[in-house]
Design a protein around this ligand. Structure first.
Ligand SMILES: C[C@](O)(CO)[C@H](O)COP(=O)(O)OP(=O)(O)OC[C@H]1O[C@@H](n2ccc(N)nc2=O)[C@H](O)[C@@H]1O
Ligand SMILES: Nc1ncnc2c1ncn2[C@@H]1O[C@H](COP(=O)(O)OP(=O)(O)OP(=O)(O)O)[C@@H](O)[C@H]1O
Length: 309
């Protein structure tokens, strides 16, 4: 009697960052695109709350109550007077500390899975509230597709996407801490007048048209200088991807994963091959977006509706 939810990674096609707020967060204009690289979160009733994780980066994932999936289960249980006695298993394919919202995906996945298991009847708005409490990227992991996030990135408006975009992701040899990258952004911004973050209209138009050349011309990431300052070798990866014919090359979110836009699946395969041979990254993956948000892919058999034969 378990529920499994599949949740996508994200790439930020625009990340405009404002000045630090009094609460330490930064106002953003954050244009998220979900891509087809997934974690799967399975919850099963158990004697107590327990987290396990499998996958190439599993050793770096905390298995205690600091795990975002565990925090999501506890948050939902508290609201609905449930005992969060579940075994949460994470089949992890999204790189850890890679700037692709891997932990956020697991938080959203556990929330949707526990909600289905317990039948809380929570509304979408209530689930999104809990997501926003868990982290700035978590609401987007729930909704997927493409969206503009404002505030600290948690206030979402869905965006129209008129086609499929093909991406190559280069995973780095080590992770980068998101708070450390924002701190470096603040350090680099000292004495500089930071404008209000606003979404780029040419970028929104490129998404709506499904036009990869226009999107490539419009992508931007205000955290990129900070990520490069903390991890200078990423510049070599970006150069290798551009040399291999990527339409655009940028750091994904707070990094250190780098993202490369290609015109079609063939071009993506070519860029991936060149990056893998370049020796400037740990592994390379291709994925297309937009991808659906947190989706139940398996649920208890008594809830499966079969067609009468
Ligand atoms: C870099 C991005 O991944 C882009 O989508 C997000 O902005 C980060 O989202 P996240 O990992 O869910 O971040 P949170 O868990 O909410 O915050 C982690 C830390 O990142 C910094 N942070 C995050 C979001 C934001 N708008 N301003 C910030 O300054 C803060 O130092 C915060 O303590
Ligand atoms: N389920 C989880 N999976 C991975 N990391 C987790 C999880 N729960 C908590 N963490 C912690 O969060 C840190 C950041 O991991 P995560 O993979 O979410 O980074 P990220 O993809 O860079 O995040 P974002 O793109 O949202 O900034 C990890 O180093 C780990 O200590």
């Amino acid at each position: 009697m378990s529920v499994t939810v599949r949740v996508p990674a994200k790439v930020n096609v625009q990340l405009a960052v404002g000045a630090a707020r009094p609460d330490g967060f930064h106002d953003l204009a954050n244009v998220f695109l979900a891509v087809g690289l997934y974690d799967e979160v399975t919850v099963t009733p158990a004697d107590g709350l327990r987290v396990t994780c499998a996958g190439p980066d599993a050793a770096q994932v905390p298995l205690d109550r600091t795990n975002l999936a565990a925090r999501a289960a506890v948050a939902l249980a508290e609201r609905y007077g449930q005992d969060p006695a579940v075994h949460i298993h994470i089949a992890k394919d999204i790189p850890v500390a890679g700037g692709m919202a891997g932990g956020s995906a697991d938080g959203a996945g556990a929330l949707v899975a526990c909600d289905a298991l317990w039948g809380t009847g929570a509304s979408r708005a209530e689930l999104l509230d809990i997501c926003a409490e868990l982290g700035s990227d978590v609401p987007f992991s729930l909704v997927g597709g493409a969206a503009l996030g404002v505030g600290r990135g948690e206030k979402l408006t869905a965006l129209e996407v008129g086609g499929t975009f093909h991406w190559v992701f280069a995973m780095a040899a080590r992770g980068l801490s998101t708070p450390a990258v924002f701190r470096e952004f603040d350090r680099l911004a000292e004495g500089v007048d930071i404008p209000e973050p606003i979404a780029s209209q040419p970028l929104l138009d490129a998404l709506a048209k499904g036009d990869p050349d226009a999107l490539a011309a419009a992508v931007s990431n205000d955290l990129q200088p900070a990520a490069l300052s903390l991890f200078p070798e990423l510049a070599d990866t970006l150069t290798a991807g551009r040399a291999a014919g990527a339409l655009a090359a940028l750091v994904s979110g707070s990094g250190p994963t780098t993202a490369f836009l290609a015109r079609d699946p063939g071009a993506a395969a070519q860029v991936a091959q060149a990056l893998a041979a370049s020796g400037t990254c740990r592994t390379v993956r291709t994925a297309a977006g937009p991808a659906a948000g947190a989706t139940v892919i398996a649920r208890p058999s008594h809830e499966v509706h079969e067609n009468p034969s």
